[in-house]
Design a protein around this ligand. Structure first.
Ligand code: 4NP
Length: 157
């Protein structure tokens, strides 16, 4: 089993979208019995909350249902449970690196490492921006999801 965790700041915009997009890809590829997908936030503000309405609407337009997902906070133990702990941006990556138990760092990634063709380092936080930000974020997440699955196939399956 390969276990994947996406982490952003609030766990209501970027990482829940990544969870939904990547899970749909895993299902489409017939790998649901080999790959698990979850998401979490560095912050605690949105524990138990559904994804932001704008994230849900953007995903729904592209055929992905996020409505059943609920926010939770990332914890040190996640580095034991997950093979990939994937930060959306450099700030999340830094926070996770500080929380990470000794020896866990090899499991910590930034999501756009899996989409080098984009030439970007961070999935930008769309929370305070306009709706257009959510579409751009969704495109980045789709691109990086394909690269992540290729990495999992190459190294784990
Ligand atoms: P996310 O966006 O990290 O992509 O879920 C945010 C959502 C909420 C907050 C920050 C970022 N917040 O400060 O409440």
């Amino acid at each position: 089993m390969v276990n994947v965790l996406f982490v952003c700041l609030g766990n209501i915009c970027r990482s829940p979208t990544a969870e939904g997009v990547f899970r749909a890809l895993v299902e489409r590829e017939g790998l649901s019995d080999q790959v698990t997908v979850d998401s979490a936030g560095v912050g605690s503000w949105h524990i138990g909350s559904p994804p932001d309405d704008r994230a849900q609407a953007t995903a729904k337009q592209r055929g992905i249902d996020l409505s059943k997902q609920r926010g939770r906070q990332a914890k040190a133990d996640d580095f034991e449970r997950f093979d990939y702990v994937i930060a959306m941006d450099s700030q999340n990556h830094g926070d996770l690196a500080r929380m990470c138990p000794k020896g866990g760092k090899a499991r910590l990634y930034k999501f756009l490492e899996f989409a080098p063709q984009l030439g970007l380092s961070d999935v930008p936080d769309p929370y305070y921006g306009g709706d257009g930000g959510f579409d751009a974020v969704f495109d980045m997440i789709e691109a990086a999801s394909a690269g992540l699955l290729a990495d999992i196939r190459a190294n784990h399956l």
